[in-house]
Design a protein around this ligand. Structure first.
Ligand SMILES: CC(=O)N[C@H]1[C@@H](OP(=O)(O)OP(=O)(O)OC[C@H]2O[C@@H](n3ccc(=O)[nH]c3=O)[C@H](O)[C@@H]2O)O[C@H](CO)[C@@H](O)[C@@H]1O
Ligand SMILES: C=C(OP(=O)(O)O)C(=O)O
Length: 429
């Protein structure tokens, strides 16, 4: 299994190109199941989760092709993937394929909406809490699907098609909103989704669905109205920039010091996190097409943070921010309100010398003067990258095991950081 070795101490200087967002690319790929025409997606990141979803889609009978590189494109230019779900031969998503990735469960929505039948294994994904799918099932049931649970599979049927309805989510769910939105596009009549997730990835999906012929209003607000249509067509769409990758590198430079331009991204996608970084002592400014982050000389100030649905501070940046706070001049409180078990990075950060106490949904981080390198192992995607951030300033060598977590969500991580001066390499095998 590959590992990553880091020698801490070097500041980061230069430019980091931001990839397309994993969490937007996945629902966009799934949306291709809603039409028999071809959906062309640009700026798709090269990630293990994308390959896993392509395998699931191939299993359904979806044809896909990945365009070759064009003149002037670097190896980091996002991929263009074409998906054509013209002849779907199977509407079952088996356990072996769905268990590695949460988002793959969302195929249930377009399958039942277009074909009237779907059998999808209960999902896996990052080990960050219980992560039930009751609200996704509730949304499909509201739209008229009959739901049965059979041996770990959710079977949804609607032989006469889905029917528009009112869906009131008791809590904000990104996956639930994606599922409701996709299913409602092909339902008969109007659907109102209340307490919808306002995440930019929901807006990206809605914009693509609108180009495919869907009638959607209000995406990006907490009430989305969908007027069902009888069929959708193909289109071309570029995946939005990855706001979590953007925030991760912003926190890395706040940690190491230096001066970095994060290119091909947008500050408004992560304003809450950038505001917090400003309070912690980083200089954050917009550039043409990106964000510049600097921290020169001055120390890191402690800042209290609570995770919240968008536009709040994202749970997917909580671990990275905690890594930064391990070096702050004082104590910070980090409250996790989205997932009940998203503190798996705490004990690994402690191996590097971090001082963190857990109390219920909060972590109290006492900043220390220095971290020391050690072998560490992460259990989920964002926890793994928090160890990279800590390793970048830890004295000596940090080796991060189980790199496959990082490969799920960070494209060319070592190359991007090494080009900016980090001493980081992948050890194969
Ligand atoms: C692939 C993808 O985009 N993953 C993101 C998505 O995950 P995901 O879509 O799984 O997260 P949700 O927004 O659905 O989860 C939010 C909260 O709702 C709860 N819940 C959710 C569904 C349900 O049926 N019942 C229920 O109780 C969850 O346990 C959690 O406490 O949004 C999360 C919250 O921003 C991010 O951390 C993940 O990176
Ligand atoms: C939690 C994440 O992914 P997933 O929802 O696929 O587990 C994530 O992207 O941080």
């Amino acid at each position: 299994m590959d590992r990553i070795r880091i020698r801490g101490g070097a500041p980061l200087n230069g430019l980091i190109p931001i990839s397309g967002a994993k969490n937007a690319a996945l629902p966009l790929m799934i949306a291709s199941l809603l039409t028999e025409e071809t959906l062309e997606l640009g700026n798709v990141p090269r990630l293990a989760d994308i390959s896993s979803l392509l395998r699931i889609m191939s299993n359904f009978g979806v044809d896909h092709s990945i365009a070759g590189r064009r003149p002037g494109q670097s190896s980091e230019t996002g991929q263009t993937i074409r998906l054509a779900a013209k002849s779907v031969i199977d509407t079952t998503a088996p356990y072996e394929l769905v268990s590695t990735m949460r988002a793959s469960f969302w195929v249930i929505a377009p399958l039942v909406a277009r074909f009237g039948h779907a059998k999808v294994s209960m999902p896996g994904g990052c080990a960050i809490g219980t992560r039930p799918v009751d609200l996704l099932i509730m949304a499909l049931a509201k739209l008229g699907a009959a739901i049965e649970i059979e041996a770990g599979y959710v079977v949804a049927t609607a032989p006469k098609g889905l029917i528009g309805s009112e869906i009131d989510f008791p809590k904000v769910t990104v996956g639930g909103t994606h599922v409701a939105l996709m299913a409602a596009t092909l339902a008969r009549g109007t659907t109102v989704i209340r307490n919808a997730a306002r995440e930019p990835e929901v807006v990206d999906l809605a914009e693509c669905l609108i180009k495919m012929g869907a009638k959607i209003q209000g995406a990006g607000t907490s009430e989305i109205v969908v007027e069902g249509v009888t069929s959708l067509g193909g289109t071309s769409h570029d995946v939005m920039p990855d706001r979590i990758e953007t925030g991760t590198y912003a926190m890395a430079v706040a940690m190491t010091g230096g001066d970095i331009v994060l290119d091909n991204t947008r500050p408004e996608y992560l304003q809450a996190a950038l505001d917090v970084l400003g309070q912690a002592g980083a200089d954050v400014s917009p550039t043409h097409g990106g964000i510049r982050i600097r921290r020169n000389g001055n120390g890191i100030q402690p800042v209290d943070v609570t995770t919240d649905p968008f536009p709040g501070f994202p749970t997917d940046l909580q671990a990275q921010f905690m890594a930064l706070m391990t070096r702050a001049n004082g104590t910070s409180r980090i409250r996790e309100t989205i997932f009940e078990n998203r503190f798996m990075h705490v004990q690994e950060l402690a191996r590097l010398g971090a001082q963190i106490r857990l109390d219920g949904d909060s972590a109290y981080v006492d900043g220390v003067a220095g971290l020391k390198g050690a072998p560490v192992m992460a259990t989920d995607l964002r926890a793994s990258v928090s160890l990279v951030i800590a390793g970048l300033v830890a004295e000596g060598e940090t080796t991060i095991n189980r790199v496959y977590h990082l490969d799920r969500g960070f494209e060319a991580l070592e190359a991007k950081l090494a080009r900016c001066g980090a001493q980081i390499e992948r050890l194969r095998g």
